[in-house]
Write a protein that binds this ligand. Sequence first.
Ligand code: MEV
Length: 388
Amino acid sequence: MLESRLPGLHRLGSQERLSRLVEAGWLQPEEVALFGLECPGTTLENLSENVIGRIDLPVGVATNVVVNGVPRLVPMAIEEPSVVAACSNAARLALAGGGVRAVAGERLIAAQVLVATDWDEPLVRQFLAGMEPSFIAASNAQHPRLTAAGGGLRSVKYSALSNSPQPLGVFELLCHPGDAMGANAVNDFAEHFAATLGSGFPGQVQGAIVSNHAPGRPATATVRIPVSNLGSQSYAGAAVAERIETLSHWAQVDVMRRATHVKGILNGLLAVANTLYQDTRALASTLWSHLAHEGGTPVVTWQCEDETLVGRFSGPLVCGTVGGTGPAMPLTAIFYRWLGVHSAADLEEVLAAVGLLQNLAALRAIVTEGIQRGHMRLHARKSEEANG
Ligand code: MEV
């Protein structure tokens, strides 16, 4: 098994860092050149419209990360200094408890079909019951690759929108997207459903679209850190652990703090998602919708349990490892290999773990030396380097 502890990496220049990754076995010598390669213009043209160029983000690697017993090298693309260093530091602290344990969520994605109808809810449900089994069978038959991968349309439900000024109702289609993110598949199912409702249904379809609220069980991650490991020369470990617990409580009870607490979590997991060309807007909106729906759970919480600080991540993470943009990009295959990710569920687990570690790093900095000192040190180093 490769070692994710790569001490001294931060002191090297980027070419030397790549050589170090070759020495450590993370990279093949012939892969080094890929890091200077630009993505072909034709690929970019396929991703967007009126393309006139590209923008750059640095990709750094967070070290020391162990998730479910497997060492991972974690690529992170972000414009903010100290995020990668903070993740590596938190991951080093987590090593004392064996790293992070993570479990992917239930991979379900929903789409909605809005209808205007005078029928009441029981009547529409009766209508639906008559068509649902054959619709599901016919829809899944049109997606053989998805069903072969264990995915497909699972169910269709109906509910009237009770607080709407006009009589409206929503059909909700629930789909397992396999290893894809799933928006395309479920939009297909929803549009097909809208067309299938047809003349037998006394109402008009108003629209059909994926929902970024994830209905399944969320991804979880847990880390256990001996409190003695959290201290430094100036701060006792037990006091740091207690204050981290207090900050966790703060995020639970105060929306002003919760927004920033979650922003720090997103710093980590979106930086990883960026390197893999994931739909980061879907990731963020799904997490925020979960937060709103769950009445303020701040995604990551911390608790002192005897001599251990225990951190828990719980949140839906919408992502995919097949389809989408990623596979066409030169470095994606290398990044998946470093992350030890072979499926969308694996990716959820890594993202949950990184979000948890990033939050630990932020809270520990806030309760000890303060965020600015660490930030400023890195800013100073960068402008020193920039000015020669
Ligand atoms: C800065 O990008 C993120 C933090 O503000 C997160 C937090 O306060 O928990 C450090």
